[in-house]
Design a protein around this ligand. Structure first.
Ligand code: ZN
Length: 278
């Protein structure tokens, strides 16, 4: 039944330095481009990116985002670049400050949620403002759904004209404060998405050790997969992942077990209703 190609999205670099960081996490823009190229060659067709400053700190520098996009466009033909507008370690007024560089996609959270030890705050006005900027610069949002309520907010925003159909939603699971990595909950979210936005596409992402679990469930349930060192630093409980490409390779190999294939850049673009080339 399921012969549909799976888009593999790679989240190469987390927004904040982590306590137990993995030296394989690319920090400088040139490291990020190199890591992305390896992941692209392993099968990833979307790269989700946060940029970092010279000391490895979170950064909102639009020029770094632009340099990354240019490098990926050059070295990874057809790959879709997705800028993060995520808030950890960034001031809210700077979170959309690079959208004028027109990445093909950008992340957009449609609600606030608690993360371990912090509030991931997305004020209603900020959500609308980011959505408007994405419309203005022709950027397709990837909706980051940390909670079920965020899905219904998407439905409302589509009705208001703040989001264009078909939308692409990412279900994120498996961290304290957000939805747990629970298959019944994922299935329920997919059912609801299919009801309220029947033409939407979806990806699932699991945090930490749940990454591989969500990769399996997404393949089984007909969705798309996200992997990468932003969400998970380990290959398994015994060792750290050696690269983003290693995590992508693992998902690419899994696709055959579910009768799926790895989406090519052209297929990914078709599935997401993005232009064939840029
Ligand atoms: Zn991110």
């Amino acid at each position: 039944m399921m012969t549909k190609p799976c888009i593999i999205s790679v989240a190469i670099t987390g927004s904040l330095p982590q306590k137990k960081d993995n030296p394989a996490v690319p920090i400088s823009v040139s490291e990020q481009i190199e890591s992305t190229q390896e992941a692209f060659e392993a099968g990833a067709t979307i790269v989700h990116v946060h940029v970092r400053g010279d000391q490895g700190q979170s950064s909102s520098d639009p020029e770094r985002f632009l340099a990354f996009k240019n490098g990926v466009n050059k070295h990874c033909p057809g790959m879709i670049v997705q800028f993060s507008t995520g808030g950890r370690g960034r001031e809210s007024e700077l979170r959309g400050g690079m959208l004028h560089h027109r990445p093909e996609m950008a992340s957009l959270s449609t609600g606030s949620v608690n993360f371990p030890g912090m509030i991931y705050e997305n004020h209603p006005l900020l959500i609308d403002e980011l959505a408007k900027k994405m419309l203005e610069y022709d950027v397709k949002p990837e909706i980051e759904a940390f909670d079920l309520s965020m899905l219904y907010n998407v439905e409302k925003m589509v009705k208001q004209g703040l989001l264009k159909s078909p939308v692409h939603v990412q279900f994120i699971m498996g961290m304290p404060g957000i939805l747990p990595a629970n298959k019944e909950v994922l299935k329920f979210q997919i059912e609801q998405l299919n009801k309220v936005l029947p033409d939407a596409t979806w990806t699932a992402a699991g945090i930490g050790r749940h990454q591989l679990t969500l990769n399996n469930w997404a393949l089984e349930l007909g969705g798309h997969c996200r992997t990468g060192l932003e969400d998970n630093l380990r290959f398994d409980k015994d060792r750290l992942a050696s690269s983003n490409a290693e995590l992508v390779t693992r998902v690419a190999e899994l696709t055959t077990e579910y009768g799926r294939t790895v989406a090519t850049p052209a297929q990914a673009r078709e599935i997401l209703s993005l232009p064939a080339s840029h």
